[in-house]
Design a protein around this ligand. Structure first.
Ligand code: MN
Length: 487
C-alpha cells in the first residue's frame, strides 16, 4: 500500500515565535531523519497551537486515503483540552511518541530557556492524560527518537496500522460455501464488515470454471516459466501442473477484477474442476493473496492482512492447520500442514512441485502441489473466532524447528514447532480460548503487532505466552466476557 504517517506536534502560542520556530524546525528534521529508517514515510504536518488547528488536521487525516495513522508528540507543553474535539473525531490509528529532541541534559548549558523549550517530560504527560480520559485506542512508545530499538517499535506499529487500512478495504472471494457442518469456519459477515471492514461474498464455482476454460495456452506457458524459475519440478505429470496454472490464472483474473485480496474454496465443491487448487493457491499466496481452506474466509482475510503487515508488504505469513503431535517426552512438537495449500513464504529451501493422489474431496485427477519443510525460527499462530456478538483474536507464541524426521511419504508441505508455554498446556489454553484448527502462522509479524491491530480494530485479544497458565487464562476469559458485554 502507498501509505504514510503524519507527525503532529503539540504546542501552544504562549512560547513566542522563536521557540515555536525551533520546535517546527526540529520536528521536521526528526520526521525526515526517522523516515530514512522507518518502513513508511513519517511526514511532519504541523506544530498545533489551537483547538481549530488540531480539529482541522484530524479531518484531513481522516479523509486522506494515504494517511495510515498519526504520531503525536509534545516538544513543549500543549494544554490538552485543545485536543478533545480533534481526538474525539479521529478515525485513524494513533501513536503517542513520548520522546525528546536532545539526548542528554547539557550540564553547563542548561538554564530556564532550555527548560522552557525542552518540556516533553511534562508536555507528553498532559497529552497522555486526555487520551486516557477519552478512552482512545492508542499506542504509547517512549524513548530517544534516534534509538534503533525505538525506531523498530515505531516501524512495527506502522505495519500494524497498515494492517488496519488493509483490513478496512479487504474483499474476500468465496468460491462456494464453507465445508458442511463445520462450526469454527462460520461467522457473522455483517459483524466483520462493521468491525473490520471486510466485504465477504460468494461466487459460484461454475463462474470460475467458465473463466478457467477461457485461459489460453500462451498464458499457461508464461506461468509455467515462473513455476520453473521458482520451484523444482519433481513430477513427470506436466499436465497436472498446467492444470494448476490454468486454475491460478482464472482465480487471479476474478480476484483482480473484483478487487479481492483473499479467497476460499472447499474440496466438497469442485464442480467442473479436475483438481483441488494446490500449487495454484500456494503461488497466489506467495503473491500476497490470502487463502483459507474449507471455506474459512476469516483465516483467509487474516492471512492477507498479516502478509501485508509483514516485511515489504508481503511477509512470511501463511494459512496453517494443526494436524498431529509428537508426544515423546522432551521432544513435544506440533506438526502443521494442510491437504495442499501451505504458502511457500514459509519454506526453508526451494519447494518441489509434486503430484500425488488426494483421497478427500471430488478430485478427478492427482493435484500438483508444492512440497517443502518450513524454516526454523520464532513465530506466532493466530486465530480469529466469532464468539457471537463479538470477535476474539487468539495469538500463541511458538518456535519452529527443522522437522526432526524426514517424513518421506508425507506428500505436503510441513512445519514443525514447539508451542508456549509447552505443547500440552499450550493446547489446553488454545482449546480453552476456543482457537480454531486453522491459523495464520507468521515468522515476521509479532504478537505485539497483533495486539496493536486488535486494539485498533476494537476486538478482544488473547495472548498465550511462556507465562500463561490455564487458571489465569480462564479468569481472563471470564472477565473479558463481562467487559465485552458492557462495551
Ligand atoms: Mn483445513
Amino acid at each position: 500500500m502507498n501509505s504514510n504517517f503524519w507527525f503532529v506536534v503539540g504546542s501552544q502560542d504562549l512560547y513566542g515565535e522563536e521557540v515555536l520556530k525551533t520546535v517546527a524546525q526540529r520536528a521536521e528534521e526528526m520526521a525526515w531523519e526517522m523516515s530514512k529508517r522507518l518502513p513508511y514515510p513519517l511526514i511532519y504536518k504541523v506544530t498545533a497551537m489551537s483547538n481549530a488547528q488540531i480539529t482541522e488536521i484530524v479531518k484531513e487525516a481522516n479523509y486522506d486515503d494515504t494517511c495510515a495513522g498519526i504520531i503525536t508528540w509534545c516538544h513543549t507543553f500543549s494544554p490538552s483540552k485543545m485536543w478533545i474535539n480533534g481526538l474525539a473525531n479521529l478515525q485513524k490509528p494513533y501513536c503517542h511518541f513520548a520522546t525528546q529532541y536532545n539526548k542528554e541534559i547539557p550540564n553547563e548549558k542548561i538554564d530556564m530557556d532550555f527548560m522552557n523549550l525542552n518540556q516533553a517530560a511534562h508536555g507528553d504527560r498532559e497529552h497522555g492524560f486526555i487520551a486516557a480520559r477519552l478512552r482512545m485506542p492508542r499506542k504509547v512508545i517512549a524513548g530517544y527518537w534516534q534509538s534503533p530499538d525505538v525506531l523498530k517499535r515505531i516501524g512495527d506499529w506502522m505495519k500494524a496500522a497498515v494492517g488496519v487500512a488493509v483490513s478496512k478495504s479487504m474483499k474476500v472471494m468465496r468460491f462456494g460455501d464453507n465445508m458442511r457442518e463445520v462450526a469454527v469456519t462460520e461467522g457473522d459477515k455483517v459483524e466483520v464488515q462493521t468491525k473490520l471492514g471486510w466485504q465477504v461474498n460468494t461466487w459460484a464455482v461454475g463462474d470460475l470454471v467458465k473463466v478457467m476454460h477461457e485461459v489460453t495456452d500462451a498464458e499457461i506457458d508464461a506461468l509455467m516459466e515462473v513455476y520453473k524459475a521458482n520451484y523444482d519440478i519433481a513430477t513427470d505429470n506436466i499436465e497436472a501442473i498446467r492444470y494448476q496454472a490454468r486454475e491460478e490464472i482464472a482465480m487471479k483474473k476474478m480476484l483482480d477484477a473484483n478487487g479481492c485480496k483473499a479467497f476460499t474454496n472447499t474440496f466438497q465443491d469442485l464442480y467442473g474442476m479436475e483438481q483441488l487448487p494446490g500449487l495454484a493457491s500456494q503461488h497466489l499466496m506467495a503473491q500476497g493473496y490470502g487463502y483459507g481452506g474449507e471455506g474459512d474466509w476469516k483465516v483467509s482475510a487474516m492471512t492477507a492482512i498479516m502478509k501485508a503487515m509483514g516485511e515489504n508488504g508481503n511477509g512470511a505469513s501463511a494459512f496453517m492447520e494443526d494436524y498431529t503431535y509428537h508426544l515423546v517426552e522432551g521432544q513435544e512438537y506440533s506438526l502443521g500442514a494442510h491437504m495442499l495449500e501451505v504458502c511457500p513464504s514459509l519454506a526453508a529451501g526451494k519447494p518441489r512441485i509434486e503430484t500425488h493422489h488426494l483421497g478427500i474431496g471430488m478430485n478427478e485427477k492427482d493435484p500438483a502441489r508444492l512440497v517443502f519443510e518450513g524454516k526454523k525460527g520464532d513465530a506466532i499462530v493466530v486465530s480469529l473466532i466469532d464468539m457471537g456478538g463479538r470477535l476474539r483474536l487468539i495469538c500463541q507464541d511458538i518456535h519452529c524447528v527443522k522437522p526432526i524426521m524426514p517424513m518421506p511419504n508425507l506428500p505436503v508441505a510441513r512445519v514443525m514447532w514447539q508451542a508456549e508455554p509447552s505443547l500440552t498446556t499450550g493446547v489446553e489454553c488454545w482449546i480453552t480460548a476456543g482457537g480454531a484448527h486453522h491459523t495464520v502462522l507468521s515468522y515476521d509479524v509479532s504478537a505485539e503487532q497483533m495486539k496493536d491491530w486488535a486494539r485498533m480494530m476494537d476486538i478482544e485479544f488473547v495472548h498465550i505466552t511462556k507465562d500463561t497458565t490455564v487458571d489465569a487464562l480462564e479468569k481472563e476469559l471470564f472477565l473479558n466476557d463481562l467487559a465485552w458485554k458492557l462495551k
